[in-house]
Design a protein around this ligand. Structure first.
Ligand SMILES: [Zn+2]
Length: 245
């Protein structure tokens, strides 16, 4: 598995930070976790294979995490690169996500679902196991951020795990749920350390270090809980064993 932080900021204009989004590449397919306003640009900038993207995970309905879906889907209708694609794109989100997407589609005059490929939208409940990509298992759990907000823990079937909390405060159940079942190769990704979203750091400084990552870094699973060990920017592979896919 390889994780690229596409954005860990907000949708406020910033010269070096992008809205929240993370690209997870597995041997079985690819997944974007959250889709902010800058995400379509960021995937192209990182030269990621967005045409063959398998799935998108939306953690909650704050527009800096979901707002980029509208221009992206409006664009894929006509983007020449994706016109021959026929495999489905699955978009998963918490309860209420379908309704939100339909409202956004209203604003787009019903164009978002007119794609050259099948678009599958699915809602996931707190604690519900599902497969965002065939052969990749995921579990969700509620977070103390919004009423619908969910964190996700993904296991690749080969013993590697990634957890993505998105914006959240601390909760004991979240802490336990993420850490339990973690393999030594697990990476724990938190989003944003702002005053509103400060995660508690007891026993989890490493995790918070990952949460402060800058855009454009690529991570492979680290040894133990994830830690941002790079001081440089760019598309850099940090820690772990890069030759494992
Ligand atoms: Zn939020």
């Amino acid at each position: 598995m390889q994780l690229t932080i596409l954005g860990s900021g907000t949708s406020a204009p910033h010269p070096e930070r992008a809205a929240p989004a993370n690209w997870l590449q597995t041997a079985k397919g690819s997944l974007i976790m959250d889709f902010g306003a800058s995400t379509a640009y960021r995937v192209a900038h990182e030269q990621l294979d967005w045409v063959n993207l398998d799935a998108i995970w939306i953690s909650h309905f704050h527009l800096d995490h979901v707002g980029g879906l509208v221009p992206f889907l409006f664009g894929t209708r006509h983007a020449p690169q994706i016109q021959s694609r026929r495999k489905p794109l699955s978009i998963f989100g918490p309860k209420g996500f379908k309704d939100l997407l339909l409202k956004l589609d209203e604003a787009a005059k019903g164009k978002l679902f007119e794609q050259p490929f099948p678009l599958v939208v699915e809602e996931v409940s707190d604690g519900e196991p599902f497969e965002p990509i065939v052969g990749i298992s995921a579990t969700t759990f509620s977070t103390p951020h919004t009423t619908e907000s969910l964190a996700i823990r993904i296991e690749d079937g080969d013993g590697r795990t990634v957890a993505y909390t998105s914006d959240t405060g601390y909760s004991e159940s979240l802490d336990v749920c993420i850490r339990s079942g973690f393999t030594p190769d697990g990476v724990f990704v938190l989003q944003e350390q702002t005053d509103r979203h400060t995660p508690r750091t007891e026993g989890g400084d490493e995790a918070c270090a990952v949460g402060t990552t800058e855009e454009g870094r690529t991570y492979t699973p680290l040894s133990g809980m994830g830690r941002d060990r790079s001081g440089s920017r760019g598309r850099e592979v940090v820690g772990g064993n890069d030759n494992r896919s």
